[in-house]
Every structure is written in structure tokens, then in C-alpha cells.
Design a protein around this ligand. Structure first.
Ligand code: ZN
Length: 434
């Protein structure tokens, strides 16, 4: 009895041999096991003729085998949903939504253009349950978030919401950073470290104090960068990789212009989110799920659903009930992120308590924390600290291009992975509201 090695009976019965070995390069290594009762598969199933027909019309045959399904949708939609600039992304969002409300940012874009965060609401105004989708918390990470929001609309989810459920889109929350390809806000703050309660003492970060001069160094010549990198390596050797990550990324409130600076008060982007929340009565809803799209941490293209420690283990359990076992938490140590200060989770916990479930949907890109990330971060911080007048010269545009490439790999396979995972997360969130 012939058998397809690597293919289960289901594949064989469904005639999915073609999908298992789309280029047929190793088809010779397969054997095919025909079910004893021959269900769904002719005894005369002829791999050779299938192969010949695939070579004539590969796409038609692939799609034909998945009758009623098109698993290539994400690949086909990627060029339509992803954009190459903040302006293009905003235009697509405004075209796809009706009656979005614009919140203007006081800082213009590189060409002097006005920048906006936009909010769109679908569903009953008095909905008890609410899904909030937020893009651009970290500027150029909005390329991914904006495309994911457009995907939600393209799937028509907003037109078939569960009972008493609404969805609120927040597009380009940190629109300044999106337009300038900077992770930080116009004030130079990491928005996702800015949600602390500033009426209380700010969290200390002595580790960052040790690193700051090697992160924002005035000399970014080859030799200067090598010296700074050596100092960071020495810290890692002494304290370990995890302590280095905590010192660098958990947030600091003492060094304006430094990495992951959480600010000395609420930023304009934070106040914009607070206005959107007030304008849409979010605080009075009974059940709120927030998906905040991010990029830059983790494995290429993989979307990790991270809870933050401010929601506690209860928040983690709520997220697991909605999104399943792929949810992670720095508190239990299975997340690629460490414990962070002042994230959005802190804000949602403050206004909603256990009525909220917040997840950062974090997609990996090409880089890792060491090397490329600190390299371009250092140049970005140097540019806006020492040469802000050059932000839109050839020098500045070159540095900004590095940031954009890090947070937004413009590769079709990456984009396809983002859309597949985002669709799954959107569906899971709505299923939880049924
Ligand atoms: Zn981020």
C-alpha cells in the first residue's frame, strides 16, 4: 500500500498532497497510503498526472484542493493593507472607516504636515463589551498595527459583532513617532513607559544610570561606538543578559533623551488616549479587551501575546481564557519581555481593574536586543539629542531609515505572518464575547 511520508491520512483523503510538497522537489520520497475503504480517494489516484497539471496551473490547482477556503488570502492582501508611510496608512484607514474622529498632534511631520491620531467606533453606543485595537503606540511599529486594523475591517468583523459588543480602533496613537520613524513621542518619551502615576515617586532604575553614557554617546564614530559597545558588553558579563535587558528596557525617569525614558508627566499621546477613552465612555463598560500591536521583540514574524505584570496573574489567566496557551507574562518568566514600568496595562488596570484584559501583540523582526537594536537606537538618540536640526537631512533620513527597517521589515513573508496571526487574535477576541 503506497504511503505519503510526512502526510497524514487526512491529507491524503483531502487530496492535499499538492500542498504538502508544493514544489514537488521531494515528491519521490513520498509514499501514499490509500485508506482501506478508499474514502475520498480514488484507488487510481495518480500523483503523476496531478504533478503535470500542477505545473500547468499551479495556483488554480492549489486553491481547488481547498474548496471554499483560501489560505493564501494574507499573502494576497499584504500589498493592499501595508503602507510605506504614516500618511498612506492614515489615508487607507480613513477610507476604510466611516466617521473616524481625528485628534490632532501639536507637532508636525517631516514635511510640515499635520499629524493625527484617529478613532473609529463600530457597534452599539451602549455596548457592554468592547474590543479596543491600538496601533502606533511605538511610532513605526504602527506599520504593522495599521495593516492589522485594516485586516479586521477587510474581514468584515465590525459588521458581525456579537450582541452588545463594540469595537474601537485607535489608529496611530503616537502619530509623531509613526511619521518620523521614531519609537518615542515628540517629547522623546517611550509612551509605553509613560502611564505611571506621576503623583507618586517615580520607579528607580540604577542599572540604567550605569549604562546611559554608553547609550547616548556624543561620539558615534566607528571607534566611539566600539568603545560604547565594549562598555555594554562588560556590564552584561558582570550582571548577565537579563539584568542588562531590565536596566535598558524596563523604563527610566531620570535621563530625558535617554533610552526608554518614561517622562516627567503625561505626554500628549497619553492625553490623547485618555481623551479617546473619555469620549467613548470606555471606563463604564463591563468587559474590555485591548490588543496593542507592537514590533521589534522576539522571533521573526512570530506574534507573542504578552500580558504585563500590572494586570497581575488574574489578568494573565483572563488572557489565556480568551487567546489560549500562547499568552505569555514576564511575571511568570515565559515572555521575551521583562517587567516594565508605566505600560498601558498600568493605565487599563487603574481605570478598569479586572474588567479589562490587555495584551501587547508583539511581533519579532530582524534584530535582537544586542547589536542592531542598540546600534540604531543609539544613532536615533544621538541625532535628536545632538543634531536635531539634521533630522530631515540626508544624515537624519539615513538614521530614520534604520529605525523603520528594524520595526517594519518590508518582506512579503513577514507581512503574511503578521496578517495570519492578527486575524487569529481578532477572531479569538470576538469569540470570547459571544
Ligand atoms: Zn513596542
Amino acid at each position: 500500500m503506497p504511503r505519503l511520508r510526512g502526510c497524514c491520512d487526512f491529507h491524503a483523503r483531502a487530496g492535499m498532497i499538492i500542498a504538502c510538497a508544493p514544489d514537488f522537489s521531494d515528491l519521490g520520497a513520498h509514499e501514499c497510503r490509500i485508506p482501506p475503504d478508499g474514502r475520498g480517494l480514488s484507488e487510481n489516484f495518480d500523483v503523476t498526472s496531478r504533478l503535470a497539471s500542477f505545473r500547468r496551473e499551479p495556483r488554480r490547482l492549489l486553491h481547488g484542493d481547498f474548496e471554499g477556503m483560501n489560505l493564501d488570502s494574507a499573502n494576497e492582501l499584504a500589498p493592499v493593507l501595508f503602507s510605506d508611510s504614516y500618511t498612506a496608512a492614515r489615508q487607507k484607514f480613513l477610507t476604510a472607516t466611516a466617521g473616524a474622529k481625528a485628534y490632532r498632534c501639536s507637532t508636525p511631520g517631516p514635511s510640515g504636515e499635520a499629524l493625527y491620531t484617529d478613532a473609529a467606533w463600530y457597534g452599539p453606543r451602549d455596548a457592554r463589551k468592547l474590543l479596543i485595537l491600538i496601533s502606533g503606540t511605538h511610532g513605526p511599529e504602527g506599520y504593522c498595527g495599521s495593516a492589522s486594523q485594516l485586516l479586521f475591517l477587510r474581514a468584515g468583523f465590525h459588521e458581525k459583532l456579537p450582541p452588545s459588543t463594540a469595537v474601537l480602533f485607535v489608529h496611530a496613537l503616537n502619530c509623531y513617532g509613526f511619521a518620523w520613524d521614531r519609537r518615542v513621542t515628540a517629547e522623546g518619551c517611550d509612551l509605553n513607559r509613560n502611564f505611571i502615576d506621576f503623583s507618586k515617586p517615580v520607579p528607580p532604575n540604577p542599572g540604567y544610570e550605569e549604562l546611559h553614557d554608553y547609550i547616548v554617546c556624543e561620539d558615534i564614530s566607528e571607534e566611539g561606538l566600539q568603545r560604547a559597545e565594549a562598555a555594554l558588553d562588560a556590564y552584561k558579563t558582570k550582571r548577565g543578559e537579563r539584568q542588562f535587558q531590565i536596566a535598558l528596557t524596563s523604563g527610566q525617569y531620570t535621563r530625558p533623551g535617554g533610552a526608554h525614558f518614561g517622562g516627567s508627566g503625561p505626554t500628549e499621546a497619553r492625553r490623547t488616549l485618555e481623551r479617546i477613552v473619555a469620549d467613548h465612555g470606555v471606563a463604564s463598560r463591563e468587559e474590555v479587551v485591548i490588543v496593542d500591536y507592537h514590533t521589534g521583540l522576539g522571533r521573526f514574524g512570530y506574534g507573542e501575546l504578552q500580558c504585563e505584570q500590572q494586570s497581575g496573574l488574574d489578568g494573565y489567566e483572563r488572557a489565556k481564557r480568551i487567546f489560549g496557551l500562547s499568552v505569555t507574562s514576564p511575571e511568570i518568566g515565559n515572555s521575551s519581555a521583562v517587567e516594565l514600568y508605566g505600560t498601558q496595562a498600568e493605565y487599563w488596570e487603574r481605570i478598569l481593574g479586572d474588567r479589562h484584559t490587555y495584551v501587547a501583540l508583539e511581533y519579532g523582526t530582524l534584530g535582537v536586543v544586542k547589536g542592531p537594536k542598540t546600534g540604531f537606537t543609539r544613532k536615533d538618540l544621538w541625532l535628536f539629542r545632538y543634531r536635531p536640526q539634521d533630522a530631515d537631512t540626508e544624515l537624519g533620513r539615513g538614521i530614520r531609515k534604520l529605525s523603520k527597517a528594524y520595526f517594519y521589515p518590508q518582506h512579503p513573508d513577514w507581512q503574511e505572518m503578521i496578517l495570519c496571526r492578527s486575524h487569529q487574535v481578532h477572531r479569538q477576541a470576538l469569540e470570547a464575547f459571544q
